[in-house]
Write a protein that binds this ligand. Structure first.
Ligand SMILES: Nc1ncnc2c1ncn2[C@@H]1O[C@H](COP(=O)(O)OP(=O)(O)OP(=O)(O)O)[C@@H](O)[C@H]1O
Ligand SMILES: [Mg+2]
Length: 548
């Protein structure tokens, strides 16, 4: 018995020992496990993005601080929950579907996705990987999501910048092309127009000559029309402002009332809201005329035979960093701008039209040419301004043109084009300087037909040489600005040094970065854009010579 009892006690002891050993192993294992958990948690928390682990049912086994912050729950409250409990349903469904895909394929997964938070869109890149146990069975997923919104925004800004640069380069090269073609065509048109004028002058207005006169008048009108197109090309290229001076937009709009009401729909009512004491803008009157006309006819067209209101507003606005919806290749420099706004309650524009409206030849109208707004854009760009646009289908359109304010300069009254001098004749010697022979020949003929004697030369050097010899015989100089050897500006300076009072009429078929207007202002010379109708040439000469 005692033996038997002693044997039991020994066995019991052995079992207790075994149990104690196992308990201690268990405690070790538990400690190891919690150590591993703590390490895993520390690892997760050290990741500066969102990180998590889930089991096969999608329940969270661990999440880091970044994750808890993003979904707005305490970390401990998330454990055991699924995506559906912590994210909006539409996002949660997508995340869980991605998890299933990772577990089914056993492959890593990467996606860039957006999340809407209120009005904000955030970008994330998400990586997911299956977790396998020691036997290779998939027991869950581990994931990491990085907020790349800033990177995406920077990329978008960079893309926009590149688009703008491309647009600027495109416009610049088109501008060079358009400007070059316009220049050559304008010289050719001087020949066509002047010869037509000379023929008309030579043909007495008799019945016999009537048909020929009609044909020649057609040639003249076609040339004038072509001159209108080359002018538009120059405007598009941003190089066509020939006669820049401080002007008041209000005064211009006031003066255009009659013209405007004649060219818009009878059902349109135009309302004016012109700011008091509007500062001047440095602009070319003829070009501003085009801008206003184009915007108002577009507004009238947008009414599509319905009754509607066109609101024309002017004012002053200080532009800071960004003007919303600003179009055009370059952002506006900070500063005060005079604006002209034309608003209509017409058909408005859909996204496609909106994206293309400044393209030359883009039109949605049956008989449109699609040149109105590309011209406006060229002109505004050439004047250092910008255009903003608000529109939507059936929501009307508001187009606002910003022009740098010339507030220190008082506006000069807008000059009415001088009276045609049909019956007027001149006398005395004119020095004609132009490198284009065709232009020289016809202009000489025109000048002679008015009664002038003409000394014509092809280069700036010859002009100066002739001037040296005959300065005191000359009544006037007609000087082309774009000559290859010695530019018009230099020639003008030399001539003025020798005779400051000599009247000078500058001519060009093309404007090189405002030179004409600058020169004309500095040297108080008059400027005539090629091609010029005979009447206009006469009127300018008459004004310059101070003839009544
Ligand atoms: N105020 C507006 N409302 C709605 N759509 C407009 C407005 N202004 C311009 N658009 C759209 O932009 C397009 C381009 O305008 P743009 O003035 O350049 O050419 P157009 O008016 O079609 O032809 P053009 O002016 O050469 O006769 C128009 O065809 C029209 O679809
Ligand atoms: Mg138009």
């Amino acid at each position: 018995m005692p033996d038997a009892l002693g044997g039991d006690v020994l066995e019991l002891r052995a079992r207790v020992l075994d149990l104690e050993q196992r308990l201690s192993q268990l405690a070790d294992a538990e400690e190891q496990l919690s150590g591993a958990k703590a390490q895993a948690q520390a690892l997760l928390d050290n990741i500066p993005h969102m990180a998590w682990m889930k089991n096969t049912r999608g329940a969270f086994l661990a999440v880091n601080e970044g994750f808890a912050r993003a979904c707005g729950y305490e970390r401990v409250d998330i454990l055991g929950k699924t995506d559906r409990d912590v994210w909006p349903l539409e996002h949660a469904e997508r995340y869980m579907a991605d998890d299933l895909r990772v577990m089914a394929s056993g492959e890593k997964f990467f996606v860039e996705e957006t999340i809407r938070e209120g009005g904000d869109v955030k970008w994330f890149e998400t990586f997911k990987t299956p977790i396998r146990n020691s036997r290779g069975m998939i027991i869950g997923t581990v994931g990491l999501a990085r907020d790349i919104t800033d990177k995406k925004r920077a990329e978008e800004q960079q893309r926009q910048l590149e688009r703008r640069m491309q647009e600027t380069q495109k416009l610049e090269s088109l501008g060079v092309l358009a400007g070059g073609i316009a220049h050559d065509f304008n010289n050719l048109l001087v020949g066509v127009l002047a010869n037509a004028d000379l023929v008309l002058d030579a043909l007495a207005a008799t019945e016999e000559n009537a048909t020929v006169r009609e044909r020649v008048t057609d040639i003249k009108n076609a040339a004038l029309h072509a001159a209108g197109l080359t002018n538009q090309m120059l405007a598009y290229s941003g190089r066509g402002h020939f006669d820049v001076r401080p002007i008041s937009l209000n005064e211009m709009i006031d003066g255009m009332g009659h013209l405007l009401s004649a060219s818009i729909s009878k059902k349109a009512q135009v309302r004016y809201d012109l700011a008091d004491a509007l500062p001047a803008v440095q602009a070319d009157v003829a070009q501003m005329h085009q801008v206003i006309m184009n915007l108002i006819t577009n507004a009238s067209d947008a009414l599509q035979d319905q009754t509607g209101v066109i609101q024309v507003r002017t004012g002053i606005e200080t532009v800071g960093d960004a003007v919303p919806d600003l179009y055009g290749p370059t952002p506006l420099a900070r500063g005060p701008y005079v604006f002209l706004e034309v608003a209509d309650d017409g058909c408005g524009m859909d996204d496609e039209t909106r994206a293309r409206l400044f393209e030359p030849f883009f039109t949605t109208k049956f008989s449109g040419r699609g040149l109105g707004l590309s011209t406006v854009q060229g002109i505004v760009r050439g004047h250092g301004g910008g255009i903003s646009l608000k529109t939507g289908p059936n929501q009307g359109t508001v187009i606002k043109v910003f022009l740098p304010s010339a507030d220190r300069l008082p506006p000069v009254p807008i000059r009415k084009e001088s009276r045609p001098g049909t019956e007027w004749t001149g006398s005395g010697l004119v020095l004609l300087v132009d490198d284009d022979e065709r232009v020289r020949v016809v202009t000489e003929l025109l000048l002679r037909s008015i009664g002038f004697d003409v000394l014509s030369v092809a280069t700036g050097r010859e002009a100066i040489a002739e001037f040296e010899r005959r300065a005191h015989e000359l009544r006037l100089v007609m000087l082309d600005l774009t000559m290859p050897d010695l530019g018009g500006e230099q020639v003008l300076r030399e001539l003025r040094q020798r005779r400051p009072d000599i009247p000078v009429l500058l001519c060009s078929g093309y404007s090189e970065e405002d030179t004409q207007s600058r020169i004309a202002r500095q040297h108080t010379a008059s400027f005539l854009q090629k091609p010029y109708p005979f009447d206009l040439l006469k009127a300018r000469l008459r004004d310059l010579l101070g003839c009544p």
